[in-house]
Design a protein around this ligand. Structure first.
Ligand SMILES: Cc1cc2nc3c(=O)[nH]c(=O)nc-3n(C[C@H](O)[C@H](O)[C@H](O)COP(=O)(O)O)c2cc1C
Length: 445
């Protein structure tokens, strides 16, 4: 007997503030106007995508002590944008990244339950914990916590939010005119939570929402991050987009779930992926090359090199050789508002030098070569085949696609690749469910 093929999950990431997003292209639109979000989300819905996704950045990044203004700078609040999108979409899941370190569970639970009501059961929350104390300075009490405490708090914040969502059983609002009663019981929404990070009591104000609990997504790669996902998340936004690293990550995280009494199919693994399409493989490769040059301008190349060297390299020629000296190993990073990107800067510098020498590359061409490659480059047909292969091989359950342009960057995927996935029988041709949990094949809660 042959097994039915796994269905591919597709999400659309309205790209955020990093150099994947090309704002300088003539076709690029606003990163902040509602019309950009609307057009992007409606393209995703036209393509029958599972959900729309927004990242979050709570402080503007700095490098060399000034705002990093080569990429898009600034973005609006995710949940506010998603609430607007609820009114102009009908089936698409609406998910946003919201920090569990700086926000309080009562307000998080209220906002997410409200979004779930407004959207008819399409809300999702990507629970992140933050990279750095620099971001925490924006918040009351400094906000920031050690890594171990961040995940302890994230778990407690999430568990508290669940308790709050569960305080209202379904059917609590009866609005019975004859009996003169609005609620079924006398005391809906009552809760008490007393823990290490959260100590609250009272009544939750939002009646049970259509999904019961919004979809929970996790993004974070450390051991505690993976454990948190295995225990508590419905989906993971991962960085492991190649076949081999995807399979290893998938097996690792799904292998942790039994310990928490969960089945592997209760957690969907969705790597972030970029794509470049062309009319032939050569055409796609040429477009990919052009996009990489747009993404890595001469100034961006120097700034990205500084992130490894941890030193001001503004006097270096972007077309010239790498610095003659080694990276500075200092705890105080030249970049603020972003994680340290390299575990072992000296080893990475050695690799980069070797690549530059072997291929005769200057700084900019080297940076183009060693950072941020596109995940899927090909014709619609080769890209559809690769996506199908990755999902059937358990390197992923689907992908969170990150186009390099807004608002139109998703269109060629929707028009070119989606019909081929549908022909392969691995992607829906119509929505058959109304909630985000339903789209992902997850049980109601
Ligand atoms: C694919 C991916 C996307 C992320 N997106 C965001 C984001 O939009 N906003 C944010 O504050 N943190 C984001 N993070 C950071 C994580 O939530 C987390 O705070 C950080 O990686 C530290 O957790 P870790 O030690 O488990 O990696 C992202 C992480 C990953 C892996």
């Amino acid at each position: 007997m042959t097994h039915p093929k796994k269905q591919v999950i597709l999400a659309a990431h309205f790209p955020g503030v990093n150099n994947t997003t090309v704002w300088s292209d003539p076709a690029a639109g606003s990163q902040i106007a509602f019309d950009s979000f609307r057009r992007f989300a409606q393209s995703a819905e036209r393509g029958k995508f599972d959900f729309f996704f927004l990242a979050e950045g709570l402080r503007l990044r700095e490098q060399r002590g000034r705002i990093h203004d080569l990429d898009v700078v600034g973005r609006p609040d995710a949940l506010t944008v998603l609430a607007g999108l609820a009114a102009v979409t009908t089936h698409l899941g609406l998910t946003g990244t919201v920090n569990a370190t700086f926000n309080e569970p009562y307000e998080l639970a209220r906002k997410l339950a409200s979004l779930d009501h407004l959207s008819g059961g399409r809300a999702g929350w990507n629970v992140v914990t933050s990279y750095d104390a620099f971001t925490g300075e924006n918040f009351r009490r400094g906000g920031y916590l050690d890594r171990a405490d961040r995940y302890t708090r994230a778990a407690e914040v999430l568990h508290t939010a669940r308790e709050l969502w569960d305080t209202w059983p379904s059917g609590e609002v009866v609005a019975d005119r004859e009996a003169g009663r609005f609620t079924r019981t006398a005391d809906p929404g009552e809760f008490v939570h007393s823990g290490q990070h959260v100590d609250i009591r009272g009544h939750f104000t939002v009646p049970r929402s259509p999904q019961g609990r919004p979809l929970i997504i996790q993004a974070g790669d450390s051991d505690p991050g993976r454990e948190f996902a295995a225990r508590d998340a419905d989906a993971i936004f991962s960085r492991h987009g190649t076949l081999e690293s995807g399979k290893a990550f998938y097996a690792d995280v799904k292998g942790r779930m039994a310990r928490h009494g969960r089945r592997p199919d209760e957690l969907k693994i969705l790597p972030a992926s970029t794509f470049v399409l062309g009319s032939s493989l050569a055409d796609a490769a040429e477009r990919a090359h052009h996009i990489r040059r747009q993404q890595v301008s001469p100034q961006t190349a120097i700034l990205l090199l500084e992130q490894l060297w941890n030193k001001d390299l503004s006097d270096h020629d972007p077309d010239g050789p790498l610095p003659a000296f080694d990276p500075v190993l200092d705890d105080d990073s030249i970049i603020k508002g972003r994680t340290r990107l390299f575990d072992d800067p000296l080893a990475t510098a050695r690799q980069w030098r070797a690549t530059a020498e072997e291929q005769g590359l200057g700084i900019r061409d080297l940076i183009i070569e060693v950072t941020g490659r596109q995940t899927f480059i090909g014709t619609p047909s080769t890209v559809a085949a690769t996506i199908d292969e990755f999902v059937q091989a358990d390197a992923a359950d689907g992908f969170i696609l990150v186009p390099h342009l807004v608002p139109g960057g998703l269109d060629e995927f929707v028009d070119g690749v989606v019909p081929l996935l549908q022909e392969r029988g691995v992607f829906r041709t119509e929505y058959t469910t109304t909630t985000l949990r339903g789209h992902l094949g997850l049980d109601d809660v």
